[in-house]
Design a protein around this ligand. Structure first.
Ligand code: ZN
Length: 348
C-alpha cells in the first residue's frame, strides 16, 4: 500500500498529486494546479507518464492564480481533446471548487478563472461539489469524513463565514479587493478548502493557503483536537507557502508533524525566513523532515535558505531538509513505506 504526496514543480504555487491504495494500482487525487505554465511544464507530462490515470477528485483549494491556473488548463485541454475526439489525458471523478456565479460581472482575474473552471467542468459532465447540499464545499456540511475508496477526507474548512466573505468579494462589494496582496490574509486565502486526509494509519493536513489560527479553530470545533491542545499529523503541507502573515510558532507547536512540505519559489518572499524559524523553534530538539520544492529562487530565497540551513546544521541537527532537484518534475514523500523514504522523482 502507498499513501504519498507528490509536490510538482509549480513555481510560486501548489500542485499536489496524492497517491493512495495498492502500489501496483494506486488511486489519485489532484490538489491544485499551480501557476500559469505549470500545466504545460510539469502537470501534463506527469499525467502522461501515468497513462490516462483516473483522478478520483480534482480539487482547487481556492481561486488564487497560483492554485487554480493549472487545473483550468487541464480542464481546457480535456475539453479540446473531447471536441476533437482525441485521447484524453486523464479521467476526473469529481471536482471540488468554490465559486458562485458563472454569469457574474468581469472581475479580478482569479474570480473569472473560477467561473471558467466551473463552466469547463460542466461541459465535461464532471460533477462539481457533489454531495454538498448548497453546492459549495463547506465544513459544516461534511460533519463525517468522506470516503474515497479507503481514503478518508475530513473537510476542516472553509467555514461558512469565510465563504460569505468570498461571496462579497465575488459580488464586487469590496471594490478595493486585495487580490494583488498575495502575502496577506485575503478572503480567497481564508476561504481555502482545508482537508485532513487519512489512509490506514497515516494522516496528512492539506490546508491550501488558509491561516493557521483558522486551522487550529477548525480542529477544535470538529472535536479532533482538545481546546488549547495538540493534534499530531504525519505530514503537513505548510499553509500558504510558509507565509509569516498566516502562521506563528504556536501553530507549529500545536500541530507537530514528522514531515513538512513547503512549496514556493521565493516569489513574494515565500517561504518566509520567519516562518521557517518558527517551525524550527517549535520543534527544537525533535526530529523532523522538511521537504521544499525550491532550494533557489526569487527575493533572496537562495541566500535566506543558505543562512537558515547553516544555523540549523549547527543548532538543530535533528531537523533534516530535502529539496526537489533542479530539473525534476516533483518531490515526493511516502508515509507507508516500511522504511520511510523521500523520493525526488520524474520516472515513477
Ligand atoms: Zn498560494
Amino acid at each position: 500500500m502507498i499513501f504519498s504526496l507528490e509536490a510538482l514543480q509549480a513555481g510560486a504555487g501548489d500542485c499536489l498529486l496524492l497517491h493512495y491504495g495498492p502500489a501496483r494500482a494506486p488511486r489519485f487525487l489532484l490538489i491544485d494546479g499551480g501557476e500559469g505554465g505549470t500545466y504545460a511544464r510539469t502537470l501534463k507530462p506527469r499525467l502522461e507518464s501515468l497513462h490516462n490515470p483516473r483522478l478520483e477528485l480534482a480539487l482547487v483549494s481556492h481561486i488564487d492564480d497560483d492554485h487554480i491556473h493549472g487545473v483550468l488548463d487541464l480542464l481546457d485541454g480535456l475539453v479540446t481533446a473531447r471536441q476533437r475526439s482525441e485521447p484524453e489525458l486523464c479521467q476526473i471523478g469529481e471536482l471540488w471548487h468554490n465559486s458562485f456565479d458563472r454569469a457574474g460581472p468581469p472581475g479580478p482575474a482569479s474570480v473569472a478563472q473560477g467561473a471558467a473552471l466551473r463552466a469547463a467542468a460542466t461541459s465535461l459532465c464532471i460533477p462539481v461539489n457533489d454531495g454538498f447540499a448548497t453546492g459549495l464545499v463547506v465544513a459544516e456540511q461534511a460533519a463525517e469524513p468522506l470516503d474515497f475508496g479507503g481514503l478518508k477526507l475530513t473537510v476542516l474548512g472553509p467555514w461558512q463565514t469565510a465563504l460569505d466573505d468570498l461571496r462579497r468579494l465575488w459580488k464586487k462589494e469590496q471594490k478595493t479587493a486585495c487580490l494583488a496582496d498575495f502575502a496577506n490574509r485575503t478572503a480567497e486565502n481564508l476561504s481555502s478548502i482545508v482537508l485532513l486526509a487519512e489512509f490506514q494509519r497515516a494522516r496528512m493536513l492539506l490546508p491550501g493557503d488558509c491561516g493557521g489560527d483558522l486551522i487550529l479553530a477548525a480542529l477544535e470545533r470538529c472535536g479532533r483536537m482538545p481546546r488549547g491542545g495538540q493534534f499530531a499529523v504525519d505530514l503537513m503541507k505548510v499553509p500558504h507557502h510558509a507565509s509569516h502573515h498566516s502562521l506563528d510558532q504556536t501553530f507549529f507547536e500545536r500541530i507537530p508533524a514528522e514531515y513538512y512540505l513547503i512549496s514556493g519559489n521565493g516569489k513574494h518572499g515565500l517561504p518566509h525566513p520567519d516562518a521557517l524559524a518558527w517551525l524550527s523553534a517549535a520543534r527544537a530538539g525533535r526530529r523532523y523532515q522538511a521537504v521544499l520544492t525550491h532550494r533557489t529562487g526569487e527575493h533572496h530565497l537562495t541566500a535566506h535558505l543558505t543562512k537558515f540551513l547553516k544555523s540549523e546544521a549547527q543548532n538543530q541537527p535533528q531537523h533534516c531538509y530535502h529539496f526537489r532537484n533542479n530539473g525534476d518534475l516533483s518531490i515526493r514523500v511516502d508515509l507507508l513505506d516500511r522504511v520511510r523514504y523521500l523520493k525526488s522523482c520524474t520516472e515513477v
